[in-house]
Design a protein around this ligand. Sequence first.
Ligand SMILES: Nc1nc2c(c(=O)[nH]1)N[C@H]1C(S)=C(S)[C@@H](COP(=O)(O)OP(=O)(O)OC[C@H]3O[C@@H](n4cnc5c(=O)[nH]c(N)nc54)[C@H](O)[C@@H]3O)O[C@H]1N2
Ligand SMILES: Nc1nc2c(c(=O)[nH]1)N[C@H]1C(S)=C(S)[C@@H](COP(=O)(O)OP(=O)(O)OC[C@H]3O[C@@H](n4cnc5c(=O)[nH]c(N)nc54)[C@H](O)[C@@H]3O)O[C@H]1N2
Ligand SMILES: [Mo]
Length: 763
Amino acid sequence: MSKKTTAQPPEKLTGIELTEVPKSAVGVKAITSALSHVKNEVGLFKGIGLLANINQKYGFDCPGCAWPDPDEKRTFLAEYCENGAKAIAEEATKNMVSPMFFATHSVNELAKLSDYEIGKSGRITHPMYLPEGKDNYEEISWGKAFKLIADELNGLDSPDEAIFYTSGRTSNEAAFLYQLFVREFGTNNLPDCSNMCHESSGVALSETLGIGKGSVTLDDFNHADLVIVIGQNPGTNHPRMLTALSETKKKGGKIITINPLPEVGLMNYKDPQNPLKWIGKGQDLTDLFLQVKINGDVALLKIILKLMKEQEDLKPNSVFDHQFIKEKTAGINDLLKDLDNYSIDELLPQTGLTLKEVEAAAKLIINNEKVIICWAMGLTQHKNAVDNIREVVNILLLKGSIGKKGAGTCPVRGHSNVQGDRTMGIWEKAPDTFLDNLEKEFNFKAPRKHGFDVVEAIEAMHAKKAKVFFGMGGNFVSATPDTEFTADALRNCNLTVQVSTKLNRSHLITGKKALILPCLGRSEKDYQTSGQQFVSVENSMGVVHLSRGHLEPCSEKTLSETAIVANLANITLKKSNTDWINLTSHYDLIRDKIEATIPGFENYNKRVRVKGGFYLPNNARENNFEPTKTGKANFSINKPSEIELEKNQFMMMTIRTHDQYNTTIYGLNDRYRGVLNERRVVFMNADDMQNLGLQKLDLVDLTSHFKDEKREAKGFLAIPYDIPSQCTATYFPEANVLVPIKSKANISNTPASKTVIITIKKR
Ligand SMILES: Nc1nc2c(c(=O)[nH]1)N[C@H]1C(S)=C(S)[C@@H](COP(=O)(O)OP(=O)(O)OC[C@H]3O[C@@H](n4cnc5c(=O)[nH]c(N)nc54)[C@H](O)[C@@H]3O)O[C@H]1N2
Ligand SMILES: Nc1nc2c(c(=O)[nH]1)N[C@H]1C(S)=C(S)[C@@H](COP(=O)(O)OP(=O)(O)OC[C@H]3O[C@@H](n4cnc5c(=O)[nH]c(N)nc54)[C@H](O)[C@@H]3O)O[C@H]1N2
Ligand SMILES: [Mo]
C-alpha cells in the first residue's frame, strides 16, 4: 500500500519570514524559546521538574548531544541548553499516538504530512502491526510481535539477510545485549548512525593515533592557547560547548573558526548562566574567521602546513616539536616531501580565501603551543573526509599538540550515546579481539565476516539480498541518502521493524509487513522485576556515567530497549547459553557481563555509581600511540578535493536548522540564520543569484549531478546569504533525495552529504 506514497517530505511551502541574522547566540532568547517549547509540549509545572533533572549527577543524561558535563561544577541553568530542553520536551510530550490514532489515520494519509507534523503526533503507546496489503496499523500484543519477528528471522536463508540498525541514543546496557543477540543470531550486519556521522573521524584517528575517539577532556579547554573549530556549528548543535570556548577565551586563549558560514554561535555568545550579561554586547568568541569554500579544507590546511614548514626552515626549532616527533611519530619525512608537490598559488583558489587570511591562521598556530582542534560534520561528510581529518592530525603532530594538557583532537560527537554504542560493539567491523572476548564469555561462535554498513545495507535491501530490517531507534528512511532509492530498498523487505519513541517517516515507508515497538525514553523510569533501573552512557570525551529516568512511562505498554532485545533474543535464538530474561531483571547483571568482555570497565557497577562516572582509557590522551600499525603516531599524506564544478554548477551542503534534531523537527524556525517558518530554502551567494537572474525568495528546483545520474528536489526558496561563491546550503532531510547513494567518503563509506553537486533552475 505504501508503494504509492513518496518518501520525501511534501513540497508544500509554509509561509516564510526573513529576519536579520542575530549578532549573538544563546542569551535570554534561548531561554524563552526553550521554555515555550517545554510549556507547549509538556506543561510548565512538569517541564520545570524535568529540566532540573537533566545532566544532574544522579539525573538523566540529556538525549540531545554528546557534549560532556563538567566534572565538578554543575548548576541548574548551565547543564541544559535550549536544544536540550527542546529534546526533552519532544520526548515528554503530552501528545500520544494510540491504537485509535492509527485506526483513524492510514499510513498513506500520514505519509503525506511533513516531518514536523508527523513528529508532533506524539509518543507511540502500543506495539503496532501493519499486515501485508493493509493501510492501517493494528494493535498487536508484545508476545505476538516478538514471535512474528522470530519466525521471519528464522525463516531466512542466511542470518546475513537481516539488517540490525542502531541510532545513537541506545544505552550501553541495551546496545551490549543487542549486538550480542545479533551475533548469536549469526551476523555482523550492525550498521549505525555513526556510519553517516563520525565514521570518517574514527577511521582517520585509529590509523594515525591508534584510537577512534578524541583525546581531549573538558578541562583541556581551560588550558588551551588556541582552539580551532572547523566544520562545526556548536551554537545550534552543541550549545554547551560555547561555555567551554568562553572559558578558553577568558583565560587568554584564542579561537579560529573555519566554516563557509559565519555561524552566529561561534561569533558572539551570551552566557545563559549569567543573567546580568543577557543585555549588552555578549562575548566575542572567534578571533579569526576563515570563510572557506565547501570542501576547501585540505587545501587550506596544506597551505598552513607549508607555511609552518617555511617558518621552521627559516628558524629551526621555532615551530616543530622535534623531540615529540622523534620519539612518538612516524612518517614526517614523507609528509614534508609531499608538501613540496603543492604550490600555494594552486591551492589558494580552492579555499576561496586570501593568502593574508591563511597566513594569519598559520601565525596563530605557529606562535601557540597548546592547540585543540574541534570538528564535526563539516569535515566528515565529504568524499575526501578521511583526508580532512588526517590533515588536522598532521598539524597537531608537528606541534606535539597531543597527549598533554590543553591540546589534542576533539571530534564532537552527535547522538548522546553514539560513542558508547561503538564501545559496546555496535559495529559491522568489530575487531577480532572483541569477538574473541564475546565468544569466551558467552560460549558461542561469533560470525567473523564483516557486516554491512549503512550504505551497503541499503544496497543489499535494494538488491533483495537483505529481507528483514530492524531499527533500534532512529529514522532510517529520512536520515539516509538518496531518499527514493532507500525507500525502495525498505519496501523490498519482507518485514521492517522500528523500535521507537515517537512517530516518524520510517513507520510509513515499510516492508511488506511492518511493526512498531514502542520503547521508553531516557527521561522515563525503567522498572524491571528487581525495581527501578538506571542505564549508562559514554559522552564525547569518553566519560561513562549513569542516567536514571525521572518521569513515569508515557504508557503501560512501552518496554525498555533492554527488555525488548532480551525478549526477542529469548524467543529467536534456539540455542543460547545466555539467560536473557534473567539478565534484564537487574541491569547490574548486564554491566557485569560488559566488564567481563570489554577492557576499561573494571569495577563497572561500583564506578558508575560514583558521582560523575569514570573515564575510559585513552591511549592518545596518555601520549601513547602503540596501538597503531607502526606503534607510533602516523603522519599521513592527503589529497585536496578533486571535485571540479562546471560553470553553472554549485556545491551544496545539507545542514541542520536551529529547530531540529536530525530528522526530528522541533519547529520551523532557523533563528540564528534569520529564517522563520520555512524549511524549503536554499542559501546562496548574492552575486551568484544575480548571475542566475534570481531575486530573493524566488522559487527554484534543484537537480543534483553524479556521473550520469540526475536527481531532483522541487520547490525551494532562494535566499541571499553570506556564503562563498558557488557554495549553497539546504536543510536535511528535505534535500536528502539529492544525495546519491554512491557518492560517499573513501574508506569510511560515509555519505558525502556536504558535497552535493547541483544546478539551480528558476520556476
Ligand atoms: N540541536 C541539535 N543538536 C544536534 C543535532 C541536531 O540535529 N540538532 N544533531 C546531532 C548530531 S547526530 C550531530 S552529528 C551533530 C552535528 O553537528 P554539526 O556538524 O555542527 O552539524 P551540521 O548542521 O551538519 O553543521 C556542519 C557545519 O559545518 C559547516 N560545513 C559544511 N561543509 C563544510 C566544509 O566543507 N568545510 C568546513 N570547514 N565547514 C563546513 C556548516 O556550515 C555547518 O556550520 O550535532 C548533534 N547535535
Ligand atoms: N543529508 C544529510 N543527512 C544526514 C546528515 C546530514 O548532515 N545531512 N547527518 C547524519 C547524521 S550525523 C546522523 S547521526 C544521522 C541520524 O540518523 P538517525 O539517528 O537514524 O535519526 P534521528 O533523526 O536522530 O532519529 C530520530 C528518531 O529516533 C527515535 N528515538 C528518539 N529517542 C529514542 C530512544 O531513546 N530510543 C529509541 N529506540 N528511539 C528513539 C524517534 O522515534 C525519532 O523519530 O543522520 C544522518 N543524515
Ligand atoms: Mo550524527
